[in-house]
Write a protein that binds this ligand. Structure first.
Ligand code: CDP
Ligand code: CDP
Length: 217
C-alpha cells in the first residue's frame, strides 16, 4: 500500500500558508509542521544571546534546537521576523534543519509549510501548493493578526509599515543563494486575494484530491 502523503505548502510572508496547512492537515488527518518556526526559534535565540544574525552563524543553535524552543510565545515579533530571515540565508543553518523536517514526515506523511518545502526539503512531495496574494492583502492580514493597539487613524500607516517589511523580507528570501523562495515547477498556485480562508481550504482539498487521484493510476 502507498505511504501517507507529504504535502508542501510554500509562498511569501503572511499569504495564509500556516492557516491553510493546519486546516488541511486536520481534514486529511496528517501531522502538521510550521517550518518557519525553526528559523524563528534560531533567530530568537541569537537575539537572546546577543549574537548578530547578519554577521554570525546560528549553526550551533540550530543543531541544539529543542522542541520547547518552538513553543515560545515570542517568536512572531518584527525583530524575530527579521532575525529569522537573516539566519535563513545561512546554508549551515539550513543544513542543520533539513533532517528535522524530513524526519518529521518520514513515517506518517505530513503537511509542511515554509519557503523551500517543494523545492528543497521534499522535491518529491506528493502535492505542492504555492499560496500567494498581493503584498497589500498580505500586509492587511498580518496587521489584523497583530494585537490592535493602533488607533483607527493610524491604520493605513500601520498597514503600510507592515507591507514594507513584508516586501523587504520576501525580497531577501527570494534572492538569497541558499534555497531561495520560488514556486516549484510542479506546484499548483492559489491566488488568494479574493478568497477567504475557508475558500482557500476548499480549493486546496480539491487540488490535493485530484493530484493524488491522478497519481493512483
Ligand atoms: O509566517 P511568515 O510567512 O511571516 O514567516 P515564516 O513562515 O514563519 O518564516 C520566517 C522566515 O523563515 C522567512 O522569512 C524565511 O526567511 C525563513 N524560512 C525559510 O527560509 N524556509 C522555510 N521553509 C521557512 C521559513
Ligand atoms: O503562514 P503565513 O504567514 O503565510 O500566514 P498565516 O499566519 O496563516 O496568516 C494568515 C492570516 O490571514 C490569518 O489570520 C488568516 O485567518 C488570514 N487569512 C488567511 O489565512 N487566508 C485567507 N484567504 C484570508 C485571510
Amino acid at each position: 500500500t502507498k505511504s501517507p502523503p507529504v504535502i508542501a505548502v510554500d509562498g511569501p510572508a503572511a499569504a495564509g500558508k500556516g492557516t491553510l496547512a493546519r486546516c488541511l492537515a486536520e481534514s486529511l488527518n496528517l501531522p502538521y509542521l510550521d517550518t518557519g518556526l525553526l528559523y524563528r526559534a534560531v533567530g530568537r535565540r541569537m537575539l537572546d544571546e546577543r549574537l548578530d544574525p547578519a554577521s554570525q552563524s546560528g549553526e550551533q543553535l540550530a543543531l541544539s534546537l529543542r522542541p520547547d524552543d518552538l513553543k515560545r510565545t515570542d517568536l512572531r515579533t518584527p525583530d524575530v521576523d527579521r532575525a529569522a530571515s537573516l539566519v535563513a540565508r545561512d546554508q549551515a543553518v539550513r543544513q542543520a534543519l533539513v533532517h528535522i523536517q524530513r524526519a518529521f514526515a518520514a513515517e506518517r506523511g505530513g503537511v509542511l509549510d515554509g519557503r523551500d518545502i517543494g523545492t528543497v526539503i521534499f522535491p518529491d512531495a506528493d502535492v505542492k501548493l504555492y499560496i500567494t496574494a498581493s503584498a497589500r492583502t498580505r500586509a492587511e492580514r498580518r496587521y489584523m493578526q497583530m494585537a490592535g493597539t493602533e488607533t483607527e487613524t493610524n491604520r493605513d500607516a500601520a498597514i503600510s509599515e507592515v507591507e514594507a517589511a513584508l516586501i523587504e523580507r520576501d525580497r531577501a528570501d527570494a534572492t538569497r543563494a541558499a534555497a531561495p523562495l520560488r514556486m516549484a515547477d510542479d506546484a499548483v498556485r492559489i491566488e488568494t486575494d479574493n478568497l477567504n480562508a475557508g475558500q482557500v481550504l476548499a480549493e486546496a482539498i480539491r487540488i490535493v484530491k485530484s493530484v493524488l487521484d491522478a497519481k493512483m493510476v
